[in-house]
Design a protein around this ligand. Structure first.
Ligand SMILES: [Zn+2]
Length: 93
């Protein structure tokens, strides 16, 4: 797979454009190799703690959407929009 995607770490907010293999090597927890686009799961780089993610708050801390931080709510919204978003931001190499 040589297609590049824009990766956005939900904890630090850093972004990076790279192939799924490059992201995987750096330890990113991110679709398409980890999880699926459009489905809530962690969206982190290799330096972040999974416990900081919106996914962890919902799945493990059993929080309601309304109890999430604004940043976490934005992350959920972004994930739900990913199927459109990724198609438009994919870069062919
Ligand atoms: Zn990170």
């Amino acid at each position: 797979m040589t297609q590049k995607f824009e990766y956005i770490c939900e904890v630090y907010g850093i972004t990076k454009v790279m192939t799924p293999q490059e992201a995987f090597k750096e330890g990113w927890d991110y679709p398409p190799l980890m999880g699926s686009f459009g489905v809530v799961s962690p969206r982190t780089c290799g330096n972040c703690l999974i416990t900081e993610t919106a996914w962890w708050a919902l799945a493990c801390d059993k929080k309601q959407i309304k109890d999430l931080s604004n940043k976490q709510k934005e992350t959920i919204q972004r994930i739900l929009n990913e199927s459109n978003y990724t198609t438009s931001s994919m870069i062919n190499v």
